[in-house]
Design a protein around this ligand. Structure first.
Ligand SMILES: [Cu+2]
Length: 370
């Protein structure tokens, strides 16, 4: 377990180096953790002495499970720098009284960390699936086409509908269509509900739908980002050949990677942007399959928090808000001082496994503007 944590820390530190000294907050945290881990490793030398460098060492996890956490390709920095991050920017709101949402499920190989390939099941070929943005009161017509090799389905948490009909399994090559009225504003998870659901979610079948409040509009925001958290359970490092789902690790809730929008620390290398004084709104879904997200922005306080996605009221001046697996919440921050502000789950094991990004406010010294 300890080498695993160390390896990720080193990976994160090297990612942080890309954005210069302004990631000192994250670096300080991980450095402290690394020191603790190093001390623990010295005290238990039989447990985990790393073989070679940190990119290739595997370690024994709980209950004899092998962890591949932190194992990335050797050119991890290059890979993540060149990679297009999953777009976190809120897509435009769909027009019309009826919104057609067509999603095709595909069996795909994706990357969940630098050089780490994974055989996933992805809505529209990605994990997460595309963020969907609608307005309260619209009718949403969902069509799921199964382009994969086994049955799948699609469950929208924003829907009030008989699940045995709408969310039923769709065989390979077939489609299902159903409609629901988006009468509940908020940010909701959608996911495959085919058994075993744990495996289908762990394999990437989830996404977020934002139902913009219409009756009681929200205060204006200058920037809006959609973040989906999830964890990955790998049966191998995924470096030479794609890893696949490890059921034993999923049941033990022992992930190898924890991500924002499907890829470890992608917004450390490619920070989300804001200008000083702007209101930045995060629409957050915790897809799990099993871990909650304790949402926190380092260096500020959440100005507004619509806890549990209850859009009728918000809390002010809160530091960390739990987003349960299968739940959503909305957060506003307004930051005046230029700098790099990490957003993460304050459950720090998740940070070590990749659930951290940066909000770049203005153009702080030591960073390239892009
Ligand atoms: Cu599925």
């Amino acid at each position: 377990m300890k080498t695993m944590a160390l390896a990720v820390l080193v990976a994160l530190l090297s990612l942080a180096a890309l954005v210069g000294t302004t990631t000192a907050v994250v670096s300080a945290d991980v450095a402290r953790q690394a020191k603790d881990d190093a001390e623990a490793a010295t005290q238990n030398p039989g447990q985990d002495a790393p073989a070679g460098h940190v990119h290739t060492g595997a370690s024994a996890g709980g209950a004899g499970l092998v962890s591949y956490a932190g194992q990335t390709a050797e050119n991890a920095e290059d890979l993540v720098a060149k990679r297009q991050p999953f777009p976190a920017e809120m897509p435009p709101i769909a027009r019309g009284e009826v919104v057609d949402v067509a999603l095709t499920l595909k069996d795909v190989v994706i990357e969940v960390a630098p050089g780490v390939k994974y055989s996933a099941w992805g809505f529209e070929g990605g994990a997460p699936g595309p963020p969907i943005h609608v307005r309260e009161g619209q009718e949403i017509r969902i069509t799921l086409t199964n382009g994969g090799s086994i049955p799948h389905s699609i469950d929208f948490h924003a829907a009030r509908i008989a699940p045995d009909q709408a969310f039923k399994d769709v065989n390979p090559g077939e489609s299902i269509t159903y409609t629901f009225q988006a009468d509940d504003p908020g940010v909701f998870m959608y996911h495959c509900g085919t058994k075993p659901v744990l495996a289908h979610i762990a394999n990437g079948m989830y996404g977020a739908i934002v139902v913009e409040p219409a009756d009681k509009p929200l205060p204006a925001a200058d920037r809006e980002y959609v973040l989906v958290s999830s964890e990955w359970y790998l049966n191998g490092p995924g470096l030479d050949q794609p890893a696949a789902y490890d059921a034993a690790k999923a049941h033990a809730i022992q992930p190898d990677w924890v991500t924002w929008n499907g890829y470890a620390a992608q917004y450390v290398a490619h920070p989300l942007a804001a200008d000083p004084g702007e209101t930045v709104r995060f629409w957050v879904v915790a897809a799990g399959p099993s871990l909650d997200t304790d949402f926190h922005v380092v260096g500020t306080v959440l100005d507004r928090a619509w806890v549990n996605g209850d859009m009728t009221q918000y809390q002010t001046g809160v530091q960390t808000v739990g987003v349960p697996a299968g739940g959503g919440a909305v957060f506003d921050v307004e930051i005046d001082e230029e700098g790099m502000y990490p957003f993460l789950s304050h459950s720090f094991a998740s940070v070590d496994m990749g659930q951290v990004g940066l909000l770049k406010v203005g153009n702080p010294k030591g960073t390239a503007s892009h």
